[in-house]
Design a protein around this ligand. Structure first.
Ligand SMILES: [Zn+2]
Length: 196
């Protein structure tokens, strides 16, 4: 198949759906293949639109409802207590970005594999579930939606997995593993919380 070079462009109106809201925009569109050219200008318009939504009383569109098992929730709350003035939503947000950020620089796959075969991990996730909420900002929400789409998982699952993995890494008995993963992850959580 030949690649279309999008030689003939014309401005057309399009829409992009974000959390059920429609972003209407105009962009160069290829007359032969129909591709929409999403460039920096469109991205900027989209970001502005997101910010307006956020400021205009639609913060709930940037929230993710998730749940934790009661034992994981207890560990999570203990962790939250160590950071004065930080609410649980801020901690959850920091954990999600710490985990996703870490996965770009260190290999977290062995941690994932270990979790899958670990009784400790199964225990951590089992039992009564407690409903929770995390508030994101537009930029953060956009980025986790992209990640969830990439892995084809729900936003709640993405948030939960990041939290469970970070809590699990703290519980590892193996000193070396704990240092390698947990300390790296916690350092990231610390610095994200400091920056917020
Ligand atoms: Zn084209």
């Amino acid at each position: 198949m030949e690649t279309c070079e999008h030689n003939e462009l014309k401005k057309e109106r399009h829409k992009r759906v974000f959390q059920g809201e429609e972003f209407l925009y105009e962009a160069d569109t290829c007359s032969s293949c129909g591709s929409v050219i999403w460039n920096n200008t469109t991205e900027k318009e989209f970001n502005n639109w997101l910010n307006e939504l956020f400021k205009g009383g639609k913060r709930h569109l940037f929230q993710v409802q998730y749940s934790l098992s009661s034992s994981a929730n207890q560990l999570f709350q203990e962790m939250a207590e160590k950071y004065t003035g930080i609410d649980e939503s801020a901690l959850a947000r920091a954990i999600v970005f710490a985990y996703l950020g870490a996965s770009e620089v260190i290999d977290l796959e062995p941690l994932d594999e270990l979790a899958l075969s670990s009784e400790l991990f199964t225990e951590l996730k089992s039992g009564r579930r407690i409903k929770k909420k995390v508030q994101f900002k537009p930029h953060g929400m956009k980025s986790i939606i992209a990640t969830a789409n990439l892995f084809e998982i729900k936003l709640s699952v993405l948030v939960e997995e990041c939290i469970y993995k970070v809590l699990f890494s703290k519980l590892l008995c193996d000193e070396k593993m704990r240092q390698e993963w947990s300390e790296h992850l916690i350092k990231r959580v610390d610095s994200l919380l400091k920056a917020s």
